[in-house]
Write a protein that binds this ligand. Structure first.
Ligand SMILES: C[S@@+](CC[C@H](N)C(=O)[O-])C[C@H]1O[C@@H](n2cnc3c(N)ncnc32)[C@H](O)[C@@H]1O
Length: 282
């Protein structure tokens, strides 16, 4: 891709047409993103460890696991901060993520701490989950960045992996947040190195809202200063209604239940951006 392609781009971009999400699974990007996951200065990528700990308190409580005997499935686990916290409490955990750097870090952390956490590098859409789990989770808005077909597939696989009575925890964006966060005017910035590239580059970004389908599409162009090449990235975020999600989840063999209070979404300074959605396997 080159600069002329930017000038001739489709405005607005169609949902999913230019890519699904930021390149979590690219080795270099995943190395750079790992630093953000592990940073204790912010709650982007992963929450700070004190918040992860509080979230695990909550999850342990809703799954009835205060005796430390849960089998936990952590979907799109990133560096496995929740899994590792569960394992420190004696639970057994299985985490899946397609970020190579995150999974390498999670595996070596489990080994160093002699924890019963297993991690596998794979796509949650195609990787086997196993069976007999008590708790399955897909956290931090990740539910909203899959197509409806992929999301149904993930929920179906989670149902097959859970025991009857097992708990699935999802964490969608609060109403209005996808639009507020992703509908941005065009902007650019320059970097010697950054999340998208280690080389000097210009980062061009813009975000759109599709009211008809309730989806936000964000796109980034990374323009390499030395070569002039342009790398395009795009992410679509769906603003599901709770009713739509309940329908999609219940059709796969779950009953959505009222989430108890006390979930800590991480952004204590403002209104919560995510809410807990809890479903029980029938
Ligand atoms: C916002 S991070 C959340 C990580 C972790 N769950 C947490 O809360 O700390 C989203 C994660 O989803 C992973 N991911 C996104 N799509 C995926 C897919 N199709 N298969 C596996 N992992 C995926 C990314 O690699 C990234 O680690």
């Amino acid at each position: 891709m080159n600069i002329a392609d930017i000038v001739n781009r489709t405005v607005p971009p169609h949902p999913w047409a230019e890519g699904e999400k930021i390149p979590w699974d690219e080795p270099g990007f995943s190395e750079r993103m790992l630093k953000e996951h592990l940073s204790q200065d912010h709650n982007a990528a992963s929450r700070r460890l004190d918040i992860v700990h509080r979230q695990v308190d909550y999850l342990e409580r809703i799954a009835g696991g205060l005796d430390g005997d849960l089998k936990v499935l952590d979907l799109a686990c990133g560096p496995g901060l929740h899994s590792l916290d569960f394992a420190r409490r004696g639970h057994s955990t299985y985490g899946i993520d397609f970020s190579p750097a995150s999974i390498t870090w999670a595996k070596s952390s489990a080994k160093e701490q002699s924890l019963g956490s297993e991690f596998v590098h794979g796509d949650v859409r195609s990787t086997e989950y196993g069976t007999e789990f008590d708790l399955a989770m897909l956290l931090f808005g990740e539910i909203d960045v899959f197509s409806a077909e992929d999301l149904s597939l993930i929920v179906r696989k989670a149902r097959a992996a859970l025991n009857t009575g097992g708990v699935m925890m999802l964490e969608p964006h609060e109403p209005g947040i996808a639009r507020a966060n992703f509908e941005t005017g065009p902007s650019w910035s320059s970097h010697q190195s950054g999340l998208f590239s280690e080389q000097p580059h210009l980062l061009l970004e813009e975000g759109f809202w599709h009211d008809d389908v309730q989806m936000a599409v964000k796109r980034w162009y990374v323009l390499d200063v030395e070569t002039g090449e342009v790398a395009p990235y795009s992410q679509t975020v769906v603003q599901h209604t709770k009713d739509d999600l309940v329908q999609l989840i219940e059709v796969e063999g779950f009953t959505v239940s009222e989430a108890p209070g006390g979930w800590s979404a991480g952004n204590e300074d403002g209104p919560p951006e995510f809410y807990p959605l809890i479903a029980i396997a029938k």
